[in-house]
Design a protein around this ligand. Sequence first.
Ligand SMILES: Cc1cc2nc3c(=O)[nH]c(=O)nc-3n(C[C@H](O)[C@H](O)[C@H](O)COP(=O)(O)O)c2cc1C
Length: 170
Amino acid sequence: MTVLEAIRKRYSCRAYQDKPVEPEKLDSIFEAARLAPSAKNLQDWRFVAVTDRDKKRRLAEAAGNQMFIADAGVVIAACSSSDHVMRCGQPIGPIDVAIALEHMCLQAAELGLATCWIGSFYPEKVRAVLDIPDDIAVIELMALGYPADQPKKPRREPVEKILCYEKWRF
Ligand SMILES: Cc1cc2nc3c(=O)[nH]c(=O)nc-3n(C[C@H](O)[C@H](O)[C@H](O)COP(=O)(O)O)c2cc1C
């Protein structure tokens, strides 16, 4: 599978089979995260992988009752302790974590697994479920597992709408 094929295969999966993800597949998915680029190579990301049914249910509740999350084989809480801001004014924590998470999504797609980014959650509730300290930002959750639904055709803008060359022409 080429990278572009994996990108095309990835979609937001909101129904999962009750089937665990094999440890070796998880290893390769976290290897994809580990190899992601990060500002100043700080690698200031930390991932809590949750397979315990009760904890997954509580995480789904912490995500505004998006209960499909509880059915995923693994729920990942992606965290950062970085409060660095780049010269451009952008924070590195969420950016670096996002890159690592998308690496994971693409590796998951390559392995026949599916994922869903979860940004709609209450961080304090997630913190409480997973004993995450107050000085660690919970950036994102991610559901990961074997899909029980079918990918939908992605709705995306045409490239002409999002790209111009040489100067701003939007
Ligand atoms: C940062 C981020 C946060 C998201 N949060 C949620 C979420 O809380 N719940 C959900 O069902 N989907 C969530 N999504 C998935 C988006 O809705 C989805 O990526 C978008 O609709 C495009 O669909 P596709 O991923 O299937 O191509 C999130 C996606 C991103 C990138």
